[in-house]
Design a protein around this ligand. Structure first.
Ligand code: AP5
Length: 218
């Protein structure tokens, strides 16, 4: 099963991809996480992406495409039965290149899941998001708090805030989403593989909706 998770920043793509990838044995390929790992490791891709991401803008298509294609090629080595692309593609150009790449690899997309969340909800979620500095596990100060305030459940380390979760950068990311990424909803609807999930509710409720969807998708 090969899936795309679409939706505005903070819609819950990462949170739910983490769960579904485990239940379906899929590789969770999160473009933002891979870029942040490159920044941490100081690769040339990371150095190019760093300032762009801090401003909430998009990293050039060419760089992101080759990064994601390399990850998809590793699926079999990792023993995954498919993938969830989280935060990729994010422009029509990326989606077209992905189509060509998948065709060349004789792979197809099963579904594009659109996490439909309102602006007020995503702003509240991003403002309260905290991450484990060791493995990136996602928390929220109110909605999904750790057992001990400010400390990761698994590693006992202080939680961190993403640099691009500042109010001004959140506004910029939302504007970029509306301009460049939202048109992908129509793109995948025309291909007949779009599935909508209303994502404003609590995480267990959204999880339930995703599970129901997969009773139909497979
Ligand atoms: P990326 O890391 O992909 O960020 P994003 O798309 O903006 O998405 P987020 O990770 O912010 O949100 P999410 O939907 O995963 O929400 P989450 O599950 O964490 O990209 C960052 C940057 O990298 C981009 O700005 C760009 O510069 C660059 N980039 C990435 N991909 C690119 C591409 N393809 N092309 C070019 N550039 C690219 O949830 C958010 C919070 O809400 C958490 O605290 C969580 O605990 C909480 N939460 C989640 N669901 C619920 C719920 N149902 N109820 C209550 N709380 C919830």
């Amino acid at each position: 099963m090969n899936l795309i998770f679409l939706g505005p920043p903070g819609a819950g793509k990462g949170t739910h991809a983490e769960v579904l990838s485990k239940t379906k044995n899929l590789c969770h390929l999160a473009a933002g996480d891979i870029l942040r790992r490159n920044i941490k490791e100081g690769t040339s891709l990371g150095m190019e992406a760093k300032d762009i991401m801090a401003k909430g803008e998009l990293v050039p298509d060419m760089l992101v495409n080759s990064m994601m294609f390399a990850e998809i090629k590793m699926l079999k080595v990792k023993g995954c039965e498919g993938f969830i692309l989280d935060g990729y593609p994010r422009t029509i150009g990326q989606a077209e290149e992905l189509d060509k790449f998948l065709a060349s690899e004789k792979m197809t997309l099963t579904a594009a899941i659109n996490f439909d969340a309102s602006e007020a909800v995503v702003v509240e979620r991003l403002s309260g998001r905290r991450l484990c500095a060791v493995d990136g596990k996602i928390y929220h100060v109110k909605n999904m708090p750790p057992k001990v305030e400010g400390i990761c459940d698994c590693h006992g380390q202080p939680l961190v805030t993403r640099k691009d979760d500042q109010p001004e950068t959140i506004r910029k990311r939302l504007a970029v989403y509306h301009e460049s990424t939202k048109p992908l909803i129509e793109y995948y609807a025309r291909k007949g593989i779009l599935r909508n999930v209303q994502a404003d509710g609590d995480a267990p409720l959204v999880q339930e909706k995703i599970a129901k969807l997969f009773e139909k998708v497979g």
